[in-house]
Design a protein around this ligand. Structure first.
Ligand SMILES: Nc1ncnc2c1ncn2[C@@H]1O[C@H](COP(=O)(O)OP(=O)(O)OP(=O)(O)O)[C@@H](O)[C@H]1O
Ligand SMILES: [Mg+2]
Length: 475
């Protein structure tokens, strides 16, 4: 049997939690305001406290440290109706053990409290965070209310208070970069630089010099000494986007930099000390890449110290309302916020979003423009990019989308060859593969009639003839 204090001004909650814990054999005291809570801490010596955030006009979170001290450093579980990132961060900063979003599932409440009672002390990583939480700029707005996103918020809040490397995974457009920014914005480095680099966008030859810098004359084109991004991010955070695309040599250098907290500019021999927090992101399955040998095992483990996995939009359909409203509110500088027909939200929920939140964001902006200030209705949504059987989508649209997807898969595989420089003629091979398929189909369709095939393809006869020769389908 343990002593539990519940602080909540809502009688129904006080009552149901009292029932729950008494049934569990605990000794429960309910306080409806902070004064009663402070008195109960002194007299009752609770071993765990459940604390509401909004207590009338008072802020339960602000009172958390005092209550906890009065009770002798016991775990405090926050209860809130506001499951936003900001509350999560404040709760963690204030030293909360965990937090529960109302309305909550009593089974979950019981589990959290059992865990709190078992540990009797908050985790070290969140203790003694830096007080007032003053920030210098508006943190990136990451919205969501579904349980999966609540979990993400909690992880952000936890990891922001540390310097651990973070690996953010998730499909395209799920908010990986936003999460990285949120971690930076809520951590001690928030006044320092947040530097972003996309490893897939850098040419293989320049990645090293981009990341680590170079000295003048170290290669043709190095006309002056230049610091790399590690040095630029010194004191702050370096966001390594598309880490899965880092070539093997770069993976090795990254590992060295992470382990030694030093970087060496290309062409220089003495390393320089850097103090950089690393957040990496990828939409590839790094575990798979590691198994295939394209991603270093040691670097994988190093980056994966604190993984955060973002759900696809399909896995958080409950967040569609809040996301749509968020994107519309953000446009309020452009014009009044339009009303939303319920059918609009139904249509959004009923449709596939391969581009996830980013695609939704663009669709909402599009709809707001098309609706010209009127109520948003399903017909204001842009046509889906892929597949679907919506009227208005031609077979050619579907085929193009399928081709784009297939080419995406193919080029992702080809990139591995590119990284090892095993295929210097990648472009030529890609183009000829596609051309050959098109030309053969056109010829088959026209029964071998070259003039007709050329017309179908939009080519003149001489060009088609040249292509047939080049592709070796001359006869
Ligand atoms: N939870 C969210 N709340 C609000 N906006 C979001 C959320 N998630 C994503 N967005 C918005 O969606 C867009 C895409 O997000 P972001 O660039 O972080 O995705 P990503 O996972 O890095 O995508 P990619 O893999 O394509 O690089 C951004 O404009 C971002 O503001
Ligand atoms: Mg991104």
């Amino acid at each position: 049997m343990s002593r539990i204090l519940v602080v909540d001004d809502e009688p129904a909650i006080g009552w149901s939690l009292r029932e729950l814990f008494s049934d569990g054999g605990h000794d429960v005291v309910v306080a409806a305001d902070l004064e009663a809570a402070a008195a109960a801490c002194r007299q009752h010596r609770p071993e765990t406290i459940l604390l509401d955030v909004r207590l009338g006009s008072r802020d339960g979170l602000a009172a958390l440290p005092d209550l906890r001290a009065a009770a002798g450093d016991v775990p405090v579980v926050i209860m809130t109706a506001f499951g936003d990132l900001d509350t999560a961060v404040r709760a963690v900063r204030a030293g909360a053990f965990d937090y529960l979003v109302k309305p909550f599932d009593l089974v979950k409440v019981a589990q959290v409290v059992e865990r709190a009672l078992a540990e009797r002390a908050p985790p070290d990583a969140v203790g003694g965070a830096d007080g007032d939480g003053a920030r210098t700029r508006t943190p990136a707005a990451l919205v969501g209310g579904c349980p999966a996103m609540q979990e993400v918020f909690k992880q952000i809040a936890l990891v922001a208070a540390s310097d651990l490397p973070v690996l953010v995974t998730g499909a395209t457009g799920t908010g990986k970069e936003l999460v990285a920014r949120a971690i930076h914005d809520h951590g001690a480095r928030r006044t320092q630089p947040f530097v972003v680099t996309n490893l897939a966008a850098l040419a293989p030859g320049v990645v090293e010099s981009e990341l680590f810098g170079h000295v003048r004359g170290s290669f043709s084109g190095a006309i002056a000494d230049r610091p790399g991004l590690f040095e630029t991010a010194d004191g702050g955070t370096l966001f390594l986007d598309e880490i899965g695309e880092a070539p093997p040599a770069v993976q090795a250098s990254l590992l060295r930099a992470l382990e030694s907290a030093e970087v060496t500019r290309v062409g220089e021999s003495a390393p320089r000390r850097v103090d950089v927090r690393i957040i990496a992101a990828t939409n590839r399955d790094l575990a798979e890449a590691r198994a295939e040998g394209t991603f270093r095992e040691d670097l994988y483990h190093r980056l994966r110290v604190f993984p955060i996995a973002l759900p696809s939009l399909a896995e958080r359909l409950d967040d569609i309302d809040v996301l749509v409203r968020h994107f519309l509110t953000r446009r309020s500088a452009v014009g009044p916020i339009p009303a939303i027909a319920p059918e609009f939200l139904d249509a959004v929920r009923g449709r596939a979003w391969p581009g996830n939140v980013r695609e939704l964001e663009h669709a909402v902006e599009y709809a707001a423009v098309v609706a010209r200030g009127g109520t948003l209705r399903p017909e204001h949504l842009p046509r889906p990019v892929t597949g679907g059987h919506d009227c208005g989508t031609t077979p050619m649209d579907v085929a193009s989308a399928a081709l784009r997807a297939a080419v995406g898969t193919w080029s992702a595989a080809a990139r591995a060859a590119l990284a090892s420089e095993a295929s210097p003629d990648l472009h030529a091979r890609a183009v000829s593969l596609l051309e050959e398929a098109l030309v053969r189909d056109a010829l088959a369709h026209t029964g071998g009639n070259r003039t007709a095939a050329a017309r179908l393809l939009g080519l003149d006869r001489a060009t088609l003839r040249a292509k047939l020769r080049a592709l070796g389908i001359d006869d």
